[in-house]
Design a protein around this ligand. Structure first.
Ligand code: ZN
Length: 122
């Protein structure tokens, strides 16, 4: 199996799980089923809110876990000096919603600049 096939299989599995969560959201929104007065636009609005929340929760969790892997220090991308990492919150627009990324940020006292250890950019 190629990595592309494995990736597509994983995406399909995740989507099937999310379909099940969509059913849970529908039951949460309308425990007795939607009345005849509920429009399709209202149902879409609920589904979109759930989708945005799902994207936010998933992206923030994954990037947070990834950020923990960087440890306490990282080399400055300009001079190479090892610098302490702090956590900085950065709101972002991502596909399907918004998320606040908590990223490890280094501050190099030699270069007097901050850098994001995730991308190595200043
Ligand atoms: Zn530096």
């Amino acid at each position: 199996m190629t990595s592309k096939e494995a990736r597509e299989r994983k995406l399909k599995e995740i989507q099937e799980i999310a379909v099940g969560w969509g059913k849970i959201i529908a039951q949460e929104a309308f425990p007795n089923g939607p009345g005849l007065d509920v429009t399709l636009a209202e149902m879409e609005e609920l589904a979109a809110a759930a989708s945005h929340g799902l994207v936010q929760g998933a992206v923030e969790t994954m990037t947070g876990s990834q950020g923990e892997r960087f440890g306490q220090e990282a080399p400055c991308p300009t001079c190479g000096r090892m610098c302490s990492l702090m956590s900085a919150s950065r709101p972002m627009v991502v596909r399907g919603g918004n998320a606040t990324l908590n990223e490890p940020v280094g501050r190099c006292p030699t270069c007097r600049r901050d850098f994001f250890s995730r991308s190595g950019r200043c």
